[in-house]
Design a protein around this ligand. Structure first.
Ligand code: AMP
Length: 320
């Protein structure tokens, strides 16, 4: 089975939404990503935690398809994030970020991780993303996520990372901020010029847009589309009646998206479109409960069922 190298935060989150409040629950970009992707592929996790990291949280990660050789225990506190959502659940307001052990994290990849084909650079310091990527010999596909915190404070470092990235995943506000361009289509074009060949823009409850450059003709299954015309694929978000907590939706999306691509070991347009739907399916489950509570109890059958609902929801006939 193909495995994915994943770097990002493993965190304790305190979150308030209009539907409840939790303190110091398991979170982090790499945590949501890994648990979500583990339904499709094996994940090799690169991150660090402090000596306050709870046994039950290690056990959760161990119980999935997640290799923890790259999870380092360091002296100090685990990363902390505190956020709040108003009635508009599409954007979190960050109240506090404490990098803690991540400030001194200088990972050396376990030997087995160095020949990874799929690399997910989860939301974390762009210099750390690059440090991890530079230790991978010949990555086949590099996918990167980021957020306003890094775009604002580490813009140059992020541009440097993007030079080696194939697919960038961001939300609409981040895309506008990064490209300094209010229009998403023009923003995606601008981002292409910095390195990525595919830009996936997550739009919360409004779904997702994938921009890529394509051309007529056949394409190998293991190669990203390329060409000179801008193409787009869009999918709605799954219309949920009850949303508890949007935290982790973006990373769970990434887990479904990258997990599926690695699982089938393909990245042609058809597979990318399917991956977008698997990403949307995983994000929709994540937000049903706080922390990783819904992902923990999720089954493959439920995932497949919701994928089919997506197909039914978006299929329509050609003009007669
Ligand atoms: P999202 O999928 O975008 O909702 O990501 C939510 C997760 O990102 C939370 O569990 C946080 O712990 C984590 N997070 C928040 N801010 C940062 C940051 N600056 N760097 C890395 N991870 C973060």
């Amino acid at each position: 089975m193909t495995s994915i190298l994943s770097v990002g935060s493993v965190a304790y989150d305190s979150v308030k939404t209009p539907f409840g409040e939790v303190e110091e629950v398991l979170g982090g970009s790499a945590t949501y990503f890994s648990v979500s992707a583990s339904f499709f592929s094996q994940v090799d996790l690169v991150a660090c935690v402090g000596n306050d990291f709870r046994k039950q949280d290690v056990q959760l990660l161990e119980s999935r398809n997640i290799d923890l050789e790259g999870l380092e225990y360091m002296e100090g506190q685990t990363f902390r994030w505190k956020g709040e959502y108003s009635n508009d659940l599409n954007e979190a307001q960050t109240l506090d970020t404490q990098l803690n052990v991540f400030s001194d994290f200088r990972p050396t990849l376990p030997v087995r991780y160095q020949d990874s084909s799929y690399v997910f650079l989860g939301n974390i310091d762009p210099s750390l993303q690059r440090q991890v990527l530079s230790q991978v010999q010949t990555p086949q596909l590099v996918i990167c996520d980021t957020m306003n915190y890094w775009i604002e404070g580490h813009f140059e470092a992020l541009l440097e990372t993007l030079k080696s990235v194939d697919i960038l995943l961001v939300n609409d506000a981040e895309a506008r901020q990064l490209a300094q361009e209010p229009n998403l289509v023009r923003g995606a074009r601008k981002i292409f010029a910095w390195g990525p060949r595919i830009v996936v823009i997550k739009r919360g409850e409004y779904g997702v847009l994938m921009f890529y450059m394509d051309s007529e003709g056949t394409q190998a299954e293991d190669q990203l589309p390329s060409g000179d015309s801008l193409s787009v694929f869009g999918a709605p978000a799954y219309p949920l009646e009850d949303v508890s907590d949007p935290t982790g939706a973006g990373d769970s999306f990434a887990g479904g998206f990258v997990g599926y691509l690695a699982g089938v070991n393909r990245c042609d347009v058809q597979s990318l479109r399917q991956a977008i739907i698997f990403g949307s399916v995983m994000a929709s489950f994540c937000v049903e409960k706080f922390s990783l509570d819904r992902l923990k109890e999720l089954t493959l059958t439920e995932i497949e069922l919701r994928y089919k609902e997506f197909k039914a929801m978006t299929q329509f006939e050609d003009i007669p």
